[in-house]
Design a protein around this ligand. Structure first.
Ligand code: GAR
Length: 187
């Protein structure tokens, strides 16, 4: 199978990056991870790029033209698919207009509920009975693009932010690869 050249954007722990790297070793998985972009030089997730000899680039988002730099790097590596996996910066309208290929994001709630930050505390505050994760296309609206896959679980009485996070992330590790497979099945 001819795999798409993909880039994973991260900011932190990188457990989704680790999972995608593992899944992408499968001959039938539609993407190959050729590059990791990170806005945080201390991100723990960079170790997965290093361990797997995947080139990684740390982008200083304090400089004004940093998105142009990202676009140039994506061109250099011939990237035609982007996975945002815990990347905590918002891509600008200009970036999205310049980079016309597919960008998807994973979010730790059942969108359209609880867009943005502090998802788990909002879920507890609102006494939700169920939650989950969503993989969606990225557009100009925060966490607002077309939904590709959602996975749900029911909350237990003793759940707290930490347990919800663990349960949500366990679902993310199947949701993200499934969403990627679904995209290429449709095309
Ligand atoms: C994931 O749970 C992802 O849903 C969330 O960050 C975590 C990254 O974990 N993303 C967002 O909150 C985006 N708004 P990881 O670094 O271990 O993959």
């Amino acid at each position: 199978m001819v795999k798409r050249n993909a880039c994973v954007f991260i900011s932190g722990k990188g457990s989704n990056l680790k999972n995608l790297i593992e899944k992408s070793r499968n001959y039938n998985f539609p993407i190959k991870i050729n590059l990791v972009i990170c806005d945080n030089e201390k991100a723990l997730g960079l170790k997965y790029a290093k361990l797997n000899s995947i080139p990684y680039i740390i982008i200083n988002t304090r400089v004004s033209n940093y998105e142009n730099k990202i676009i140039n790097i994506l061109r250099k590596y011939k990237i035609s698919f982007i996975c945002l996996a815990g990347y905590m910066k918002i891509l600008s309208k200009r970036f999205l207009q310049n980079y016309k290929k597919i960008i998807i994001n994973i979010h730790p709630s059942l969108l359209p509920k609880y867009k943005g930050l502090n998802t788990y505390s909002k879920i507890i505050k609102n006494k939700e009975v169920k939650t989950g994760c969503t993989v969606h296309h990225v557009n100009e609206k925060l966490d607002g693009g077309n939904i590709i896959t959602k996975k749900t679980f029911f909350l237990s009485p003793g759940d707290n932010e930490n347990s919800i996070k663990l349960k949500t992330q366990a679902l993310e590790y199947s949701a993200f690869p499934e969403a990627i497979i679904k995209i290429f099945r449709q095309n």
